[in-house]
Design a protein around this ligand. Structure first.
Ligand code: SF4
Ligand code: SF4
Length: 433
């Protein structure tokens, strides 16, 4: 694709990067075939190629975003399915991240939307505030159906209340800053991201990860000062808050790397993993560039860690059919596709994958709150495909997908909970007695 950025524009490293990405696109349109929003809406502007053209025009003309770009970029899930399909290697993720930041800096959204986005950015990344908000939302939940109107804000309010769990699991002290010693001889030492929203919604995931790793002779360090990876605000185009939380993580893990050293940084929320593996790029022009590249190189999904450290089950598996749901951030963002299924099979489960496994479930960070109609359609489509397998349960490696797919009668657990169970841990509570 030809571009016409001026030499002056190209002096900005972000614009230079966008130019490089745009030039790799040969506008073949193959990506449209696997784009969930194009699949649902059938509008070229809601396809990767259409969005690339919109972004190109906005950036080349160095002009503020208009309602048109905002509408179509906002509808993008950042699922990255287009990156898997693209034969030219177009780095759509970096391009759309840049576009979202440009939109945030140049476009004034209607005030209710500004307020909602500000609230989300101030609540979701902070576990204590998030917990309080969920308690309040649970109380207001029955009122959700009474919110009148078909407008976007009414839909969003209803979606928010519907997604809030009726009850919350108790706080787990295992997730606080500390070192969990390896059982027996220490073979490895890793840091772990305990996360923000996941920590509140489902502490059983971190507990299973820590139990399983320590049983395998891995010392697990929860560093003081770590928190949200920055993905939630990064995907809303809020550059400074995203960089601030990411920077805090770099400081926390940097101290451990320089101290006793780390053999890896384990992440059990694939959305966060994709962002942390991208810290090297995000900080490429910052003073922390070298440390960020090191942290990205150490980052590993929990399934990569378990494979590296030699996962082995220790008890016979029950006869259960698991529908494995491959989170977009894992399959498209990190290109981890076979490994989780192999580990589940190694643990003795019958593993099946539903049709359209490459299509997003509609969770996508805050997407199911901001675009509830599209997210709801994708959820229904995903659950229909999964339902055809008649599984006993669904396994996924991302809390966002787990929340999105819950509530339809099929228990949803994290892959690591099943692997821990088969290696001596307790049966996941979500599977009932
Ligand atoms: S598949 Fe790749 S090269 Fe083809 S239009 Fe889509 S992004 Fe461009
Ligand atoms: S990231 Fe997903 S929703 Fe966005 S353009 Fe690519 S395939 Fe479509």
């Amino acid at each position: 694709m030809q571009t016409t950025f001026t030499p002056e524009q190209l002096r900005d490293p972000d614009t230079a990067e966008a130019n490089k990405i745009l030039r790799t696109c040969v506008h073949c349109g193959m990506c449209t075939a696997t784009c969930p929003t194009f699949l649902l809406l059938g509008d070229e502007l809601d396809s990767p190629r259409g969005r690339i053209y919109l972004i190109k025009d906005m950036l080349e003309n160095d002009r503020p975003a208009t309602e048109l770009e905002v509408r179509h970029v906002d509808r993008c899930l950042s699922c990255l399915s287009c990156m898997t399909t693209c034969p030219s290697g177009v780095h759509y993720m970096h391009l759309v991240d840049h576009a979202r930041r440009h939109i945030e800096e140049t476009y004034t959204r209607p005030w209710p939307e500004r307020a909602l986005r500000a609230v989300l950015a101030r609540v979701l990344p902070y576990p204590a505030v998030f917990r309080l908000s969920l308690r309040a939302a649970a109380l207001a939940r029955p009122l959700g159906r009474l919110i009148p109107g078909k407008g976007m804000m009414a839909q969003r309010m209803r979606a928010m209340l519907a997604l809030a769990p009726a009850t919350l699991p108790p706080h787990s002290p295992m997730q606080e800053a500390q070192t969990h010693a390896a059982e027996g001889t220490r073979r490895f030492r890793v840091g772990i991201l305990t996360g923000c929203a996941q920590k509140v919604l489902d502490p059983a995931i971190n507990e299973a990860t820590i139990r399983l790793l320590t049983r395998m002779g891995v010392e697990v360090v929860i560093t003081k000062g770590q928190g949200c990876c920055g993905a939630l605000t990064h995907h809303m185009g809020q550059h400074d808050p995203a960089m601030a939380t990411a920077r805090a993580n770099l400081r926390a893990w940097g101290a451990e790397i320089e101290g006793q050293g780390l053999d890896g940084i384990v992440i059990n929320t694939s959305g966060c993993g994709t962002t942390i593996k991208d810290y090297g790029f995000m900080f490429r022009e910052e003073p922390e560039a070298a440390l960020a590249a090191r942290v990205s190189a150490l980052a590993m999904d929990v399934t990569e860690a378990l494979d590296k450290f030699g996962y082995a089950p220790s008890r016979p598996a029950p006869n259960l059919k698991v529908a494995y749901h491959s989170a977009c951030s894992l399959q498209h963002g990190q290109k981890i596709t076979a490994l989780p299924k192999q580990l589940l099979s190694r643990a003795g489960f019958t593993v099946k994958e539903a049709a359209e496994g490459h299509i997003c479930c509609g969770s996508a960070g805050t997407y199911n709150l901001m675009q509830p109609e599209i997210a709801g359609a994708l959820r229904a489509r995903k659950l229909e495909n999964i339902g055809r397998l008649k599984p006993d349960l669904i396994a996924a490696g991302n809390i966002g997908c787990m929340t999105q797919l819950s509530g339809d009668g099929i228990p949803v657990v994290h892959t690591v909970e099943l692997l821990d169970w088969m290696a001596g841990g307790p049966k996941p509570a979500k599977l009932g007695a």
